[in-house]
Design a binder for this molecule. Structure first.
Ligand code: BV8
Ligand code: ZN
Length: 259
């Protein structure tokens, strides 16, 4: 796939001090992690209200744990893809570069990004509903399904450390993400259908505060919103191409700046 990046887009990135990459399930699609709303999307088999809610968990903890155990298994066998790796490389190119992700698969950190705000939690973490004690996936493997807390006298229900529908986002992650979005010179919105709130508000917040908004998505519908530029295609292809162009632009720029 050859793609021409516009002067406008490249200049906005070359002049940028604060860059944000806001990601959804699409950025992990090429790692083999199913998206939510695509036709192979997880939700096509289940409905969000059936599984990713506290009610569903209290009503049928075994079914919800079966679904998360299956997803932990898929995610545990995946690797960051070229798109994740390109974003990790970009972190070093700007005075400030933050990942704001809706994903719970930990792939941005595994690719090497260090500033990662996880709006919807992380599937590799678990905790006891009653006493808050945290459990790794290895701890969980040793327990009966659905897992109960092993702390003496507790026996509370253990749940994945993810944000369910109707639950508040982690306040610190949300505050940091809001601040980074409002400060962004360039805001890349990558692989998201933009239907889940409050996360879906962030591109608009960035744009209202003057950010140059770039949408990367194979689906025209998702990208035709408020973006200044829409790059149509898979992020695992577009991001490495963009990273390469920035690298060569930086090297010529640095040559110019020293001359
Ligand atoms: C809250 C963790 C408030 C769990 C997730 C009515 C209107 C507006 C809002 C609401 C409403 N009713 C209810 C709400 C609020 C609700 C909400 O937004 N519902 C939606 C469905 C309408 N939000 C909440 O409940 C949030 N909390 O609002 O609390 C509150 C106030 C007071 C008191 C109490 C509470 C909490 C939301 C968090 C839900 N948890 N995940 C889990 O994963 O199991 S959300 C889940 O969806 C994932 O995090 C996922 O990332 C996220 C968003 O989906 P996307 O990432 O966009 O993925 P999707 O599949 O949709 O799209 C993929 C995109 O990638 C597509 O565009 C596709 O074209 C593209 N793509 C495909 N391949 C590629 C690609 N792109 C690039 N490259 C490719 N190769
Ligand atoms: Zn406990």
């Amino acid at each position: 796939m050859n793609i021409e990046f516009s002067e406008r887009l490249l200049n906005s990135l070359l002049l940028a001090r604060h860059v944000v990459a806001f990601t959804g399930a699409g950025v992990s699609a090429e790692s083999g992690v199913p998206t939510f709303r695509g036709n192979e999307g997880i939700w096509s088999k289940f409905k969000p209200e059936e599984l990713a809610t506290m009610n569903a968990f209290l009503k049928n903890p075994s079914l919800v744990w079966e679904w998360y155990a299956a997803r932990k298994k898929i995610i545990g066998s995946t690797q960051p893809n070229e798109g994740h790796v390109a974003l990790a490389g970009m972190e070093k190119m700007f005075p400030s570069f933050a990942i704001i992700t809706q994903n719970i698969d930990d792939l941005h950190r595994r690719a090497g990004n260090t500033t990662v705000y996880e709006l919807h939690g992380n599937i590799r973490r678990n905790y006891c509903l009653r006493c808050g004690m945290s459990y790794t996936d290895d701890d969980i493997l040793l327990l009966e399904m659905p897992p109960r807390c092993t702390r003496t006298g507790c026996a509370g229900m253990v749940r994945p450390d993810v944000v369910w529908f109707g639950e508040l986002l982690p306040q610190d992650q949300w505050d940091d993400a809001e601040r980074a979005s409002a400060q962004a010179d360039v805001f890349l919105s990558i692989g998201t259908s933009g239907v889940v709130y409050p996360a879906a508000m962030l591109p608009m917040l960035a744009k209202r505060n003057g950010a140059f908004l770039i949408e990367i998505n194979p689906d025209q519908a998702a990208g035709s919103g408020i973006a200044d530029e829409f790059l149509q295609g898979p992020s695992g292809v577009i991001l490495p191409l963009l990273y390469d162009v920035l690298k060569s632009a930086w090297s010529t720029k640095s040559i110019h700046s020293t001359s």
